[in-house]
Design a protein around this ligand. Structure first.
Ligand code: SF4
Length: 162
């Protein structure tokens, strides 16, 4: 497990959302980076570094946001194939809300947005991650619960890098 240096190979991905959990994550780097830099290898994290379009093999994929289009659905399946573990980050990824507000629109609201859905090839319904792929862990909250995220990170660091 991990790369040749024993580091966990991590990916961070954002789908449809406001990306506030990404902000929380980058804020955590202020206090955690000193330890994490020896333990984590960010193999795909566009918020932190230039990352390849092709999804690399990973130990853990952290995935934020809801799935609104077929392209996103395919990319999520690809991430799932390349990751040993997949962690849903924040309410939009875990339960779909609040990014899935249009799932609850009435008939006239749906008629109003139908040209937008067609123009951008959006799916009829917004999906949570577990509607598409197997999810191993969830970090609830809007934005994500920082303590639960750290517990999950510590759990994998303790078990996978030994
Ligand atoms: S769960 Fe909340 S903070 Fe996270 S992306 Fe959705 S709306 Fe933004």
């Amino acid at each position: 497990m991990g790369d040749k240096n024993g580091k966990l190979r991590i990916g961070w991905f954002s789908f449809t959302c406001c990306e506030d959990s990404t902000i929380i994550f980058t804020e955590l780097l202020n206090t955690r980076w000193k330890n994490w830099k020896n333990q984590l290898e960010f193999v795909h994290a566009k918020v932190l570094k230039k990352s390849p379009d092709a999804i690399p093999e990973m130990d853990i994929a952290f995935v934020e946001g809801a799935i609104t289009g077929d392209g996103q659905e395919q990319k999520l399946k690809n991430i799932r194939q390349k990751a040993k573990y997949l962690v849903a980050i924040g309410s939009c990824a875990v339960i779909g809300s609040p990014s899935n507000q249009r799932n609850f629109f009435n008939r006239s609201q749906l008629e109003e947005i139908s040209p937008i859905l067609a123009r951008f090839k959006y799916k009829e319904k917004v999906l949570k991650l577990s509607d598409v792929v197997k999810v191993d862990e969830v970090v609830p909250g809007c934005p994500m619960n920082e303590q639960i995220f750290l517990q999950i990170m510590d759990k994998y660091l303790n078990t996978l890098t030994r």
